[in-house]
Design a protein around this ligand. Sequence first.
Ligand code: 13P
Length: 283
Amino acid sequence: MLTTTKEILRKAQEGHYAVGAFNVENMEMVQAVLEAAEELRSPVIMQTTPSTVRYAGLDYYLANVRTAAEKTDIPVVMHLDHGNSFELAMQALRTGYTSIMIDGSHESFEDNMKVSKSVVEACHPSGIPVEAELGKVGGKEDDLDGGDNNPYTDPEEAKEFVKKTGVDSLAVGIGTAHGIYKGEPKLQFDILSEISKVVDIPLVLHGTSGVPDEAVKECIRRGICKVNYATDLRIAFTEGLENYLKKHPGTIDPKKYNAAGRAKVKEYVMEKIKVCGSEGKAS
Ligand code: 13P
């Protein structure tokens, strides 16, 4: 059965580790993430963005992840990543997603609070937790370009935002960006610590592909409980597939090259679960 982020992130917060949230684009990526998490006995979050959802529909992705969850005894969550409207958040809720992000970070502070609060009010009666974002993660995030300038999350605003909206977890802007980094990202660890001091819900790190593992671990020590990886999974899948086709040109069976992509994604996810420190935390 699918679980929600509520329990697994609370445990992560208490235990000072994080749970990896991996963007899945197809069945093989779902299988890869599940195999990696099972082998390491780690709870795991699988998530899809609006553009992924547009490609095949919430129900197709949910069916894959739900099937994965039914095959295992480790906690598996199906999360909507960067929900960009109240309507999409409600569709995901009705479809059966067990965790919802509403991303109003591109709106004004007031409008972000308003939409986040309305999603919380709609999701909480069904026991579904809500992640929101305050401050911006730079780079290209799904369909939206966050730009190169990262306005960091203001700790005092974060405190007010959490109190007034009732969100269950908060994505923060501390210098990460989605996509591929041009240079090494400079993370604002002090801002993260300031936010942790005044906000008691689990904090979320976005744009983690390409962030050095040591920096991710430092973020976890300072209050990050959910770590999002997307771009690197796509790269891993594509590399696996390309390598296979280079070695076996003329292959026409998608099972063959997709399996090679799946193996690469599994390898990558196992590495990142260890970085998050959630190995062995499944029960
Ligand atoms: P990356 O693509 O940089 O890993 O970011 C993932 C993410 O934050 C998804 O919400």
